[in-house]
Design a protein around this ligand. Structure first.
Ligand code: ADP
Length: 186
């Protein structure tokens, strides 16, 4: 199965993506995680991406597109994948369409996690204390939520038109949400 998982920062995409991918036996691919790893390893890509990450802004397409294409070229994605964090803009939708068209495959579903705004902020601030992600300060969180509603939320309309959206309530226990997603996919 070829899946996207979408939703605002704090919706639990990363957590759910890992568990759902494990259950479906496909790789979970998180662009945020790949970027943070590059920053940590101080690669050229990481050095270029860092200032955007730290501000809560999107990393430019020139950086991200090649990174995603290379990852989706790897053999473990042949029978499917769960992509988390890409696409985030309408231009990235087109890039993904092109990558998939080149491989002669199509997306099966786009999962959307719905979580109330208050709960999002509460979770993100909680994570800031526990994980120490440099983009989890209050100001940067606010910026990431703004970027999401301006640039990423419009993508839901595009995928809805294609008949791919599967909307799942992301509130409640982690396991409950996973079961809800798997039931919605069945
Ligand atoms: P969250 O979903 O909690 O905001 P992510 O780990 O998905 O966190 O992303 C963290 C940061 O990585 C984003 O704020 C952005 O700077 C960068 N990033 C991740 N994916 C993309 C993308 N597709 N395009 C541009 N920037 C991205």
């Amino acid at each position: 199965m070829r899946l996207l998982i979408m939703g605002p920062p704090g919706a639990g995409k990363g957590t759910q993506a890992k568990e759902i991918a494990r259950r479906l036996e496909i790789p979970a691919i998180s662009t945020g995680e790949i970027l943070r790893k590059n920053v940590e390893d101080q690669t050229l890509l990481g050095r270029e991406a860092r200032r955007y990450l730290d501000r809560g802004d999107l990393v430019p397409d020139e950086i991200i597109n090649g990174m995603v294409r290379a990852r989706l070229d790897e053999p473990d994605t042949r029978h499917g994948f769960l992509l988390d964090g890409f696409p985030r803009t309408l231009a990235q939708v087109e890039t993904l369409d092109n990558i998939l068209a080149d491989e002669g495959v199509k997306l099966d579903r786009v999962l959307v996690l719905k979580v109330d705004n208050d709960e999002l902020v509460r979770r993100l601030l909680g994570r800031a204390e526990s994980d120490g992600r440099t983009d989890d300060t209050e100001e940067v969180i606010r910026r990431r939520l703004e970027v999401y509603s301006e640039q990423t939320e419009p993508l839901l309309g595009v995928y809805a038109q294609r008949g791919l959206l599967v909307i799942v309530k992301g509130m409640g226990e982690v396991d409950e949400v996973t079961e809800r997603v798997l039931a919605a996919l069945a």
